[in-house]
Design a protein around this ligand. Structure first.
Ligand code: F6R
Length: 581
């Protein structure tokens, strides 16, 4: 978590860094700060969000600077713990994304040598370690090169010194991309702060240290000069803006037809790895929404292809690894989720073949896994996953179709049309019911059970209303005790084998006083009778109904959260990429 931005060039650095940090706030937003070089180091840092602030930060002077937006791990969010952090003499400034695991021991050593610490952060040790190394040779590059081998944990670091016209950057297990402009260079946690200025990017490898001056980038690995390929990024600056929508989340929900269409077309017989084509069993490892996508696909793969699928929370897998073999798929939209990356490494250590499914080019998971399928969702800024979720399903459904000799190809290729239709459904009655709810249950059967898990996750994370997803048949084994007129149930009830039993479940819930919102197929005559509110979805293939029902639940969570005045794009306590265990 945390976002970092650096700039060196002919322009004033602070305004560019401030704008860049606003775009990275999805990574953390409890405090922010910027440091520039203007003869000495000018520093400005504050508790709170840079996007809410009319602060002085943007007025810092200098054409070299670094900045940070924070998601607190070590030390409460306040002005002092905000980055950048400085050495004792205010000659060196550091911003950091990641965690220095051995900071306590390093801090003890530094304090015993007379260093004075101001903050409670792990990061501050880096500034003091560099101070020691810098005193000996007054060369920032070599000081950083000496310090990074002493750090355990993860880091993307940007470092400046008051009397050097450059930024030194270093990366290990935290993302860092360099933007290559004309006579100017950028460094950031991802491309979103950079894409307005240049589409040329260099992704650093774990262990790389680089020096950025106005004229060149020099990259070093274990002390030796290396080159890394220059990549062209096909995102546009517009992709990272709200484009007239009140929130990124709504914009991203509306981008789902395109995200689905583009991703479906990108997964072809040619792009599918051989390990997928020959898979006899699959283990899927993921967290949060990505786990829910994995559970949807478990139902689909097992039922249509008879391939056994094991699904594991990445956070559990590390400590309680089950016996696994065959293909292991790690799903992570950000590509940076620490638990999922660790689990992939463990799977590789067990000689499994690993496939990553991610939305972010050159992300850590794609570097770790044996092969990667990239979604084509474009940048997702809102903390709650929406279009990346639909794109994950697009990849996984295409795999299913391939394994069934193309059976679902046509259905998937036209799936975006039904997705477009549901964006326009009126949900005002359902929203009115939800905003007064004390708690909401979501139920479904088969793949609609994980759809209900995902719907409830969206509701709780952005509206702060307690919501639980359940397999519909499970509700009577305990949760029925909670049903009341203040506890609505959202039931996904599509035609098919489980339709009859779902209708019975709905009646049982109604009999216990719970208002029911039913999501079903257009033309259904029974659901409007048994449910309080009926939300009809277009008649389409069951695979696509998984997507359309999901999108309705995303919209329901969105409009409920807006009605409750919640901070939809940046819900409290959360961050988009969870790079800590
Ligand atoms: C919820 C959400 C999270 C993520 C989870 C895993 O809306 O976005 O639950 O799905 O943190 O993130 P990734 O997919 O980046 O590994």
């Amino acid at each position: 978590m945390c976002g970092i931005v650096g700039y060196i060039g002919r322009r004033e650095a602070a305004p560019i860094i401030v704008e860049g940090l606003k775009k990275l706030e999805y990574r953390g937003y409890d405090s922010f700060g910027v440091a520039t070089i203007n003869g000495c180091i000018e520093l400005d840092k504050h508790q709170g969000r840079i996007s809410d602030s009319s602060s002085s930060t943007v007025n810092l002077k200098g054409k070299i600077g670094i900045g940070h937006t924070r998601w607190a791990t070590h030390g409460v969010p306040n002005d002092v713990n905000a980055h950048p952090h400085m050495d004792c003499n205010n000659r060196i400034a550091v911003v950091h994304n990641g965690i220095i695991e051995n900071y306590a021991e390093l801090k003890r050593q530094l304090v015993s040598r007379g260093h004075v610490f101001r903050s409670e952060t792990d990061t501050e040790v880096v500034a003091h370690l560099i101070e020691d190394a810098y005193e000996k040779e007054e060369d920032l590059l070599s000081a950083v090169q000496k310090v990074v081998p002493r750090l355990t944990g993860s880091y993307a670091l940007l470092v400046i010194a008051s009397n050097e016209d450059r930024i030194i950057v270093a990366r290990y297990a935290s993302p860092l991309v360099l933007g290559v402009g004309d006579g100017e260079f950028f460094a950031a946690s991802d491309m979103t702060p950079i894409i307005d200025y240049t589409e040329r990017a260099i992704f650093l490898e774990d262990g790389d240290v680089a020096s950025l001056t106005q004229d060149e980038i020099e990259i070093f690995h274990e002390g030796k000069r290396v080159t890394r390929p220059l990549e062209l990024i096909d995102w546009s600056g517009e992709d990272t803006k709200k484009g007239g929508f009140p929130h990124y989340m709504l914009k991203e929900i509306y981008e789902q037809p395109q995200a689905f269409y583009n991703t479906v077309r990108s997964v072809t017989a040619e792009t599918l790895p051989v390990s997928v084509k020959n898979a006899e069993s699959v283990t899927i490892i993921a967290c949060g929404s990505s786990y829910n996508a994995g559970l949807i696909i478990k139902y689909i793969l097992e039922n249509t292809c008879a391939i056994p699928v094991r699904l594991e929370f990445a956070s559990e897998f590390k400590y309680f690894p089950p016996p696994i073999r065959g293909l292991v798929i790690g799903i992570s939209q950000s590509g940076e989720t620490a638990d999922t990356i660790t689990a992939i490494k463990q799977a590789k250590a067990h000689n499994c073949t690993s496939l990553a499914i991610t939305n972010v080019l050159a992300s850590s998971i794609s570097r770790t896994a044996d092969c990667t399928l990239f979604m084509r969702a474009g940048p997702e800024i809102s903390v709650a996953a929406t279009k990346s979720f639909i794109a994950q399903l697009a990849v996984l459904m295409q795999i299913t179709s391939f394994l069934r000799n193309g059976e679902f190809d046509d259905i998937l290729r036209s799936g975006h049309r039904a997705i477009e239709e549901v964006l326009l459904i009126d949900l005002s009655d359902a929203v009115s019911l939800c905003i007064n709810a004390h708690s909401i249950f979501y139920v479904g059967r088969g793949p609609f059970y994980p759809v209900s898990l995902e719907g409830s996750l969206k509701m709780k994370e952005i509206s702060y209303i307690h919501a639980e997803g359940y397999a519909a048949g499970e509700l009577k084994h305990g949760p029925f005790a909670l049903l009341s007129p203040e506890t609505p149930v959202i039931a996904i009830c599509m035609p098919g084998e489980t339709y009859g039993v779902m209708i019975s479940n709905i009646k049982e819930m109604k009999a216990r006083g719970a208002p029911v919102i039913a999501i079903g197929e257009e033309g259904d005559l029974e659901l409007p009778e048994v449910a309080d509110i009926f939300i009809p979805l277009p008649v389409t293939h069951p695979l696509i109904q998984v997507l359309t029902s999901l999108i309705v639940l995303q919209l329901l969570a969105y409009y409920t959260a807006v009605s409750l005045n919640r901070d939809v794009d940046k819900p409290r306590n959360l961050a988009k990429s969870v790079t800590v265990e």
